[in-house]
Design a protein around this ligand. Structure first.
Ligand SMILES: [Zn+2]
Ligand SMILES: [Zn+2]
Length: 300
């Protein structure tokens, strides 16, 4: 039996500075033969093949919230999944707003779906481009909504106000557990869901680095963008707060993704990004990169 349980990072960046090295939020949780996509921001779909993932193997997609950096590659993903051989509708789960988002994307694709069917005939299964959406209830504690091939997924609310509702997810497979924070500030629901988990994948904002970007924008006369960026820290979690949460929740190890700002794939910049965290949290801290696979291992 294939007991692998890992996270494949498609996009580890954030909306700022949309340079190519870190795409919008997206990851695939692989548990045995089951592949679950969690978010699909800009560029995430094009990371699938180079990450060794056949899009048609993904039968389930989850969304944490409806911010653009988590959803705008959905159309490309749907087509890649269809053309790589999907024969069943995609099962989609997410907060309120997910159904509207999927309907909107499928409406935008409606003409092309017709062209492809006309051109390729029965080489493309008509069900492979469909989606069945379930909007999940808002719960403070993790609530199970999916059990597939031994993998269990639970959802819980996080605090990304004014984005309401916004979810984090917890996955359990063969006695190992994984929590994905979604976008959030420090909140008790995340700390509780992460309690004792083997691996926490958390978003993170480095405040001194954001202040540097704001100063650069101001110096370049880009006052409006500097001012918009000044609003960003209020609904994200700072690196030291991530470390505090990991310590309080006694998580086995910590992986940072959705980096704000999206630092270069450079070990020095990544070390600067996490500076100070190891003084607060004693476990292993990693900064994920696009197309990296990180296994969920049982905590020591
Ligand atoms: Zn967000
Ligand atoms: Zn985001």
């Amino acid at each position: 039996m294939d007991g692998r349980f890992e996270v494949v990072f498609l996009g580890t960046g954030s909306p700022l500075d949309q340079s190519g090295h870190r795409c919008g939020a997206g990851q695939v949780v692989v548990a045995g033969e089951t592949h679950v996509l969690v978010d699909c921001g800009w560029g995430a779909a094009r990371r699938l093949r180079p990450s060794g993932i056949v899009p048609a193997l993904i039968d389930v997609a989850l969304f944490t919230h409806m911010h653009t950096d988590h959803i705008t590659d959905v159309p490309d993903f749907l087509f890649q999944r269809w053309t790589s051989g999907a024969t069943k509708p995609l099962q989609v789960f997410g907060p309120e707003g997910t159904a509207e988002m999927m309907e909107g994307f499928l409406l935008a694709l409606r003409r092309d779906i017709g062209y492809r069917k006309a051109h390729h005939g029965d080489k493309l299964h008509p069900d492979g481009i469909r989606a069945e959406v379930t909007e999940l209830p808002v719960t403070k504690r993790p609530a199970t909504f999916l059990e597939l091939g031994g993998l269990r997924f639970e959802s819980f609310e996080v605090d990304h106000y004014p984005v309401v509702p916004a979810f984090g997810y917890r996955a359990v497979f063969e006695g190992r557990s994984l929590v994905l924070s979604g976008d959030t500030v420090f909140c008790e629901t995340l700390a509780e869901a992460a309690k004792g988990t083997d691996m926490l994948v958390c978003e993170a904002l480095n405040l001194p680095m954001i202040d540097e970007v704001i100063a650069m924008l101001k110096a370049a006369g880009r006052e409006r963008e500097a001012s918009l960026l000044g609003d960003v820290p209020s609904y994200h979690i700072e690196t030291n707060e991530v470390a505090r949460l990991a310590r309080e929740a006694e998580v086995g190890e910590l992986v940072l993704s959705h980096l704000i700002p999206p630092v270069l794939n450079d070990s020095e910049r990544e070390a600067a990004f996490v500076e100070g965290m190891d003084g607060i949290y004693g476990g292993r801290i990693r900064v994920a990169r696009d197309m990296q696979r990180i296994p969920v291992t049982k905590r020591a």
